[in-house]
Write a protein that binds this ligand. Structure first.
Ligand SMILES: C=C1C[C@]23C[C@H]1CC[C@H]2[C@]1(C)CCC[C@@](C)(C(=O)O)[C@H]1[C@@H]3C(=O)O
Ligand SMILES: O=C(O)CCC(=O)C(=O)O
Ligand SMILES: [Fe+2]
Length: 382
């Protein structure tokens, strides 16, 4: 963490400013001996953390795609079992160049080490996922997560598909950042390919065929979220990312090999998901739960932080095209009544960015909000 880095909070006119940066009151939190009250999660440890690692299948997606037959059948079985229970599995054989994965983690590290003033040049645009944020201090007043984040989008059904990420970095940070943008561009395109292969296995496992889910997301958009979790003086009183289900359809997570932090709630315990070198952690999100008519579980997870070690993770979120209606195929609504109303990703994204802090109940809160008519704002979260 850059020495003297700070949490950026909006200027509160009544407050005595400790120093301003781009119109924000800047308070150095990462280097204090005690964490501020706004970072304390009273229920952070209401449920025990377990040392027992989550029993998540490791799916050889490459063999499943190449081999068909037995290899595909094996992957389908593994994924069906995992998604019907906790909604997480790991994939190997994904074909992502290890050098690209390393370069992307290093690129994210490089970004977070930049001077605060530089990072603020891409600060999050209110109402969107895109941009740089510190502890979401500009959005929430309590239960602040102990992290910095950088998020940006990628769409490959667009004339600028091969350069939208590069263009974002070069236009918002300058041409010096073109090489960093190129690494993230290559990584996003690799992750999209792996995501679509996983969608083939998911479609097969739901009995709707290999192409149904793949086709649904082929023109989908993606959001890349880089997480940086600084060392924390009181790691047991806060969280890096609070308990939640990802609102997107599928998440592919690349973790720092050496530092664990991701935990999944199973049977009332938080189970660690230890990073397996070369594997990608995959979890089901709310949008896929709705598309599967509730058959597959959106994975309830969180990230803890450490006293001495920093941690980074790259979360790649696969989402449908903004305006594609999320509605289960007929085969999944014959035996079961509809669990969720029709919606678009644009609706759900806006809900999480403008009306509700995504948590463990986002999908149900969203369904109620849609039922009440989007003019009403739900009680939860900001
Ligand atoms: C659509 C999204 C909202 C969040 C980023 C993506 C998918 C995961 C969501 C998030 C990480 C869930 C926990 C709460 C959150 C506020 C966070 O800690 O970052 C969520 C993201 C967000 O709203 O920025
Ligand atoms: O950092 C992690 O391990 C998890 C991050 C996460 O869940 C998210 O960004 O949605
Ligand atoms: Fe998540």
């Amino acid at each position: 963490m850059e020495v003297g880095s700070r949490v950026v909070v909006p200027v509160a006119p009544a407050d005595e400013s400790h120093g301003e940066e781009n119109g924000y009151r800047v308070v150095d939190v990462w280097h204090q001996r005690k964490i501020p009250d706004s970072f304390v999660w009273p229920l952070a440890h209401a449920l025990p953390s377990s040392d027992m690692e989550l029993d998540a299948p490791v799916v050889d997606i490459g063999a499943a795609m190449r081999g068909g037959g037995d290899a595909l059948g094996r992957a389908v079985e593994q994924v069906a079992a995992a998604c019907a229970s906790h909604g997480l599995f790991q994939v190997t054989g994904h074909g992502v160049d290890p050098a690209l994965a390393r370069a992307t983690l290093d690129g994210a590290a490089e970004f977070f080490l930049l001077p605060l003033a530089t990072k603020l040049r891409v600060r999050r645009t209110p109402g969107t996922v895109t941009g740089y944020a510190v502890a979401h201090a500009d959005r929430f007043a309590e239960n602040l997560p102990w992290k910095e984040t950088l998020s940006f989008g990628h769409r490959d059904d667009h004339p600028t598909a091969n350069s939208d990420v590069v263009d974002y970095f070069a236009s918002s940070l300058g041409s010096d950042f073109k090489p960093l943008g190129e690494v993230f561009q290559d990584y996003c395109q690799s992750m999209k390919e792996v995501s679509l292969a996983i969608m083939e296995v998911l479609g097969q496992s739901l009995g709707v065929g290999r192409s149904y889910c793949r086709d649904f997301f082929t023109d989908g958009c993606c959001t890349m979220r880089c997480n940086y979790y600084p060392p924390c003086p009181e790691p047991d009183r806060t969280l890096g990312t609070g308990p939640h289900c990802d609102p997107a359809a599928l998440t592919l997570l690349l973790q720092d090999d050496a530092v664990d932090g991701l935990q999944v709630l199973v049977d009332g315990e938080w189970r660690p998901v230890r990073p397996k070198p070369g594997a990608l952690v995959v979890n089901i999100g709310d949008t896929f739960t709705a598309l599967s008519n509730g058959r597959y579980k959106s994975c309830l997870h969180r990230a803890v932080v450490h006293r001495e070690r920093e941690r980074r993770s790259l979360a790649f979120f696969l989402c449908p095209r903004d305006d594609r209606v999320v509605r289960p195929p007929p085969r999944l609504t014959q035996a079961q009544p509809r669990r969720y109303p029709d919606f678009t990703w644009a609706d759900l994204k806006r809900f999480t960015q403008c009306h509700y802090r995504a948590d463990t109940r986002t999908l149900d809160a969203f369904a109620r909000w849609l039922g009440d008519g989007p003019s009403t704002s739900p009680g939860a979260g900001n």
